[in-house]
Write a protein that binds this ligand. Sequence first.
Ligand SMILES: CC(C)(COP(=O)(O)OP(=O)(O)OC[C@H]1O[C@@H](n2cnc3c(N)ncnc32)[C@H](O)[C@@H]1OP(=O)(O)O)[C@@H](O)C(=O)NCCC(=O)NCCS
Length: 401
Amino acid sequence: MTVAVVVQARMGSSRLPGKVMTRLAGMPVLQHVLTRCAQIEGADCVVCAVPDETASEPLEAVARNCGARVSRGSEGDVLARYLGAAREADADIVMRVTSDCPLVDPDICHDVLRLRHDAAADYACNNMPRSFPYGLDCEVFTASALREADRATTEAHDREHVSPWLRRAAHIRRANLTSGRSDIADHRWSLDYPEDLAFFEALYSVLPGGANARMGEVLAALDAHPEIVAINQIRNRGKGPYRTDGAKALVLRGATMDDAELLFHWRNDPTTRENFINGTAVGYEAHIGWLSETLGRADRLLLIAEINSTPIGTIRFDGDAEREISYTIAPEERSNGFGKAMVAQAIMEKDNAFPLIAKIKKGNSASVRIMTHCGFSFVKEEDNLLVFKRSGHARCRPRER
Ligand SMILES: CC(C)(COP(=O)(O)OP(=O)(O)OC[C@H]1O[C@@H](n2cnc3c(N)ncnc32)[C@H](O)[C@@H]1OP(=O)(O)O)[C@@H](O)C(=O)NCCC(=O)NCCS
């Protein structure tokens, strides 16, 4: 049974070009990642999977210098790149790590490997839902599940992100490692933005274990230096109370087919189902059909709310005269004030001029509070549903599509 850790790396990056070659604590970010991956107990080899182009040469040099193998493949079809790397390494089990996470923790990776083995799972990870700092993510899957994903999906999003199909296919046996802590998932240890680079530079200057530090040591260093945590907080994924000072400006945009996976995940979340009038689980094909129909309808508006470019929720307006609203906040983002902010902003921006109706399941107290906050009045109770209405305010902007 061969276990290969496959680290995807490329020179291109829209936000920070060449970021994985940036030097931190005296060596390129990619070297941090590959050196850490080489320490994962239970892994037989480390493969650096790079795009098949000359721009990848510096990455290859770093990889060989670290004793990692190199595999070349498609830049955009990362799933195919993983498959090629797995084949070349003759791997039965593939661990996926991305090269922009210099603090990836070999002990946590080992735990995920062991979890997959013990659970006899096809796929295991540590972020479904997330309970570790963002940037310590790792996934492991069988090579046969990877081959199945390759045959099963042609969608660009699935191919670029490698694992979406494995994370949603009904028959795939999945397992998730949790940290057992509720207070550390807000940390952001990934290199995507200039603020992240400043964060890592400051962190390495105070990290006693340096490049070898494990999660516990990093957390201890950050506990002692909250000013370092603050450096890239602006890029944090929506955690903490919603502020209106612009640091976490909420942006609404129209949904597209690219949001299919995200909306599918949110729609099938148990709490969402509990609170929706039709709470039955939806299959992926039916969901795609619904989304494509929805996007073509003139009497329906489906919006995605984002904070710092991260989707945090969705709201729908249905109908022409009296419009019915329904909404969901991403399960991991709830109780941060986003629901209240999203509904209020969507009404102000899109439908303030029209009468609105909302049907809230009895007992959904967060949603009832949102109703009150957004100027709705309770009208009646019917079939375990509380009906709220809000009259339109004609002085506001007309609806945009
Ligand atoms: C209902 C939902 C949209 C609320 O969004 P949210 O971001 O979690 O809520 P907010 O943080 O904005 O809080 C809104 C209000 O509810 C309160 N609240 C938040 N979480 C709560 C909880 N778990 N229990 C009770 N009240 C809660 C808040 O204190 C706030 O009240 P306040 O204005 O008096 O301070 C979200 O929980 C969700 O997506 N649920 C599943 C889908 C759903 O129920 N949709 C609504 C049916 S259309």
